[in-house]
Design a protein. Sequence first.
Length: 168
Amino acid sequence: MATRIGTEDNPVEMLEHLMALDFDAIEAYNAAIERLENDQWKAQLATFRSDHERHTHELAPLIRAMGGNPPSGPGAKAMLTQGKVRMANLMGDEAILKAMKTNEDDTNTAYERALAHCPPEACEMLARGLDDEHRHREWLIATLEGRPVQEMPGRTTSTRPGSQPPPL
Ligand SMILES: [Fe+2]
């Protein structure tokens, strides 16, 4: 599903929408983690959720400093909710990862666009955020393709279960 976030003319509005999208991603990760059976995948997705949580913590003061109102949740638009709801009816872990991959397509696009039009005070944060989004999407694609994936602890998390069997 396509997103228009990052195409706004007003930079404060753009960051507010981006923050709402991060909240939406957190909701989608909550839904995915709840439904996954593979514990290793659950743990990995929890680190990605932490990245999105950190984005909201970093975006809020930027938005306030620019005179905007940081959203407190995904809002009425809930860009990724479709994926999340669809997930409820899907069967199996792979289907859940595929739904999360389409959600990450959106967050990647939104961060790419936002960075391309970044207000100076937000560029550094948006560049770091885009790195996170690339990493999330890359892990989902590699895991779905059955390629070996390097451990990817989130930037805010340093622990990972070490004694579990490989995911595939
Ligand atoms: Fe992400």
